[in-house]
Design a protein around this ligand. Structure first.
Ligand SMILES: C[S@@+](CC[C@H](N)C(=O)[O-])C[C@H]1O[C@@H](n2cnc3c(N)ncnc32)[C@H](O)[C@@H]1O
Length: 242
């Protein structure tokens, strides 16, 4: 059983927290640009939040892959209720290879499940192998460049994050999320240094790997509510090109 089988519904509901739309989703789609007509693989798709958004944004084919049976069940339920033409596969992203290489691989919060450089390498090679030459890998991840002394300042966003400081390779980064309905749940990511990410992506064959600081959606730019999040960002985006 995967960890997410037990928290699948709570995780789905956490996608309604404002930071998801105003920062995570906004930044991801700014980086993606125009996806119309593109083939996309959504690695670690969860219950398909971004898989559906990518299809709605005009991608020609979108396949979501996740290791959690319960996450895939939730994704397939939504596809059955409101068919968009998304395809879901339950598989370990490290071992998944699409039949035909795709234009874009999206990976939101996959790589932070690697607790060693070797495991990160397996995820990277799978993403690289799934892409056409020139294809792009874009995603969001735990912000391994920011190991904060405390997390109290993030509570108002429904988020707490803790990890040893200084952090060592493989240390646990624990997230506690409080949904709008007050429901709290936890999951663990793993810390690997940002230098490890850079080296592993290069070794997997990516021509470039770049961290991107989150952008706040235009409608929120003058809203001081976001200052604490942006001065202590727990998550970051990235891009890489095959
Ligand atoms: C934080 S959730 C993110 C889900 C989705 N990408 C999103 O942004 O809503 C992390 C997901 O990664 C999945 N996952 C973890 N390790 C995986 C692996 N080796 N292969 C595929 N999925 C994995 C979990 O089951 C979970 O659904």
């Amino acid at each position: 059983m995967s960890t997410y089988d037990a928290i699948a519904e709570e995780y789905r509901d956490s996608k309604q927290l404002p930071f998801r739309e105003q920062l995570e989703r906004y930044t991801l789609f700014q980086l993606l640009g125009d996806v119309r007509g593109k083939t996309v693989l959504d690695m670690a798709c969860g219950e398909g939040y971004y898989t559906r958004l990518l299809k709605r944004a005009g991608a020609s084919e979108v396949t979501g892959v996740d290791i959690s049976a319960e996450m895939i069940r939730l994704a397939e339920d939504q596809e059955a209720g409101q068919p968009l033409g998304c395809t879901y596969v339950r598989a370990d992203a490290a071992a998944f290879r699409p039949e035909v290489p795709v234009d874009l691989v999206v990976a939101t919060y996959l790589f932070n499940y690697a607790s060693t450089a070797e495991q990160l390498g397996r995820y990277c090679r799978a993403c690289h192998g799934a892409l056409k030459p020139g294809g792009r890998l874009i995603g969001v991840n735990d912000n391994v460049r920011n190991i904060p002394p405390g997390t109290a300042s993030l509570k108002k966003y429904g988020l707490e994050r803790s990890c040893p400081n200084p952090a060592a390779e493989g240390d646990i980064v624990r997230y506690t999320i409080t949904n709008a309905d007050g429901h709290r749940f936890q999951f663990d990511n793993y810390y690997l240094a940002h230098e490890t990410y850079g080296a592993v992506f290069r070794k997997a064959g990516f021509r470039e790997f770049r961290w991107v600081d989150l952008w706040l959606s235009a409608s929120q730019r003058r809203n001081p509510f976001w200052d604490d999040f942006l001065s202590n960002p727990p998550i970051a985006a990235f891009t890489a090109t095959r």
